[in-house]
Each structure stands twice: as structure tokens, then as C-alpha cells.
Design a protein around this ligand. Sequence first.
Ligand SMILES: [Zn+2]
Length: 267
Amino acid sequence: MLLQQGVEFNGIVVSRRNYRERDMLVEILTDRYGFKTFFIRGAKKRGFRLAAAILPFSHGSYVGSINDDGLSFIDTAREVRQYQNICQDIELNAYASYILSLGKIALKEDVANALLWCVKFQKAVELIDEGFDAQIITNIIEIQLLECFGVKPYLESCVICQNTKLAFDFSENYGGLLCQKHWYLDKNRLRLDPRTIYYLRLLSVVDLERLSSINVKKETKDRLQATIDRIYQDQVGVYVKAKDFIRQLKDISHFLVSDNERIDVDK
Ligand SMILES: [Zn+2]
């Protein structure tokens, strides 16, 4: 067990739970040490000095002791703010929670460049809070994270002949794209439309740091999500509770707008 004292790191509070009578265990996604659980003594006392720094979706710069294996500790926090939009919007909250949960599961495997992934998860949450399309940001993480689960679909060209010009479809059996000439090889290919294919390819390579805007039609988003869900279901098989919640929210919103009606509520 190695304890590094007085180290500084940036982080996002992922979750927290009560521990004993007055203390808490707070999980933080850090940029230098990955996901870490911190023992916060006296966290439940009134007027606790680090109270704001350990609220859900707080983020900023922390100084503390990092335990290689076991609980870590926070000494001080600086410039800590909460992602306000995520805290106030149940849907944004669900997407951000899902990204962090999925990321944590992925990094349990022995993943190359784990810290680069941590920075990417932090960036994704930040973009969602800034108002970028939460589903698409999540889809980018989902697609790019597939390689950490040992599934890296080949999306550059046809798996068989490297053609880049003909129409494409996606084949789970072949682990990537098939051009029209080779569709006959897989009768279980997903039969995706060109826009879905286009976005699958784009989102698999897009750099979150350089994203300036997102505008994808709802139909395309639905198909994209269905495709990614199918790949996860068939080839990854991880369960994340927040995902079910996102589905339920979608079902509800679909129901609410099904007749082009809307419900306005006074705040
Ligand atoms: Zn081909």
C-alpha cells in the first residue's frame, strides 16, 4: 500500500455515501489517479469546511493523499464549482451519471491510456453541462470506449476489401463495415441507413476537445442509439443502472410529445 501525500489533482465528484455516523465515502474521478474513493471525516457535520467540495458533480482542484489501494484523503480544495445544469436537469444528470458509471466499469479492465480516458470523461461531463447534446456526447463516449471492452469495430472501410466508395452496412459478425459488394456475406448485418453509418464513423473518431457544435435530427439520434445499444448488448454485456433510467425518460418524453402536444409548467 503506497500513500502519496500532498498531491494535487483535478476531479469530479461521482458519488457519495454515508459512512459511520458523521463521515462519508466520496468517489471522485481524478485526472491523475483515475476513480478514487476518499474517506471524508466529519463530512456530515454542520458547517463542514469541505462541504461544497464534495457535493455531487462538484469539480475543481483538490490536494490530498492518494492511496494506491484503499481509501484516499482530501486536505483542501480550490476553485470548486458544481455543474449546475447537470444538477438541475434530471436528463442531463442521467447521461452524465451513465458516462461516469460506464467509464468506471471500462477502466476496471487493464486499459491502455487509462488517464487519457479520465480526462475524456471529465470533458464529456463538462460539455453536457455547457448544453451540448447529451445523447450525442454519450454516444461518442460509448463508441470510443468499445475498444476498452475489447470490441473495436472497424469503421474506416469495408472489412473485406477496404473499399471506401460503395454504400456500407454494419456487420457484427465481421466486426465492422461491409461494402455493398460484400453484403451477401452476412445475412444478419444490421441494415443501417447511410446517415446512421455516417454518424457511427464520425463519432468514433471525433475529438471532444475540438467539438464546436452538434445538431443531429431526432430520427437519426434514435437509430444511432438503437445501434449502439445493440452492439453493447450483443458484444459488451455490461449493465449500468443509469441506462435504464435514460430509457425510461425517453419513453416518457415520447409519450408526452406523441401528438405534438407539449406541457408547460409554471416554475
Ligand atoms: Zn467490400
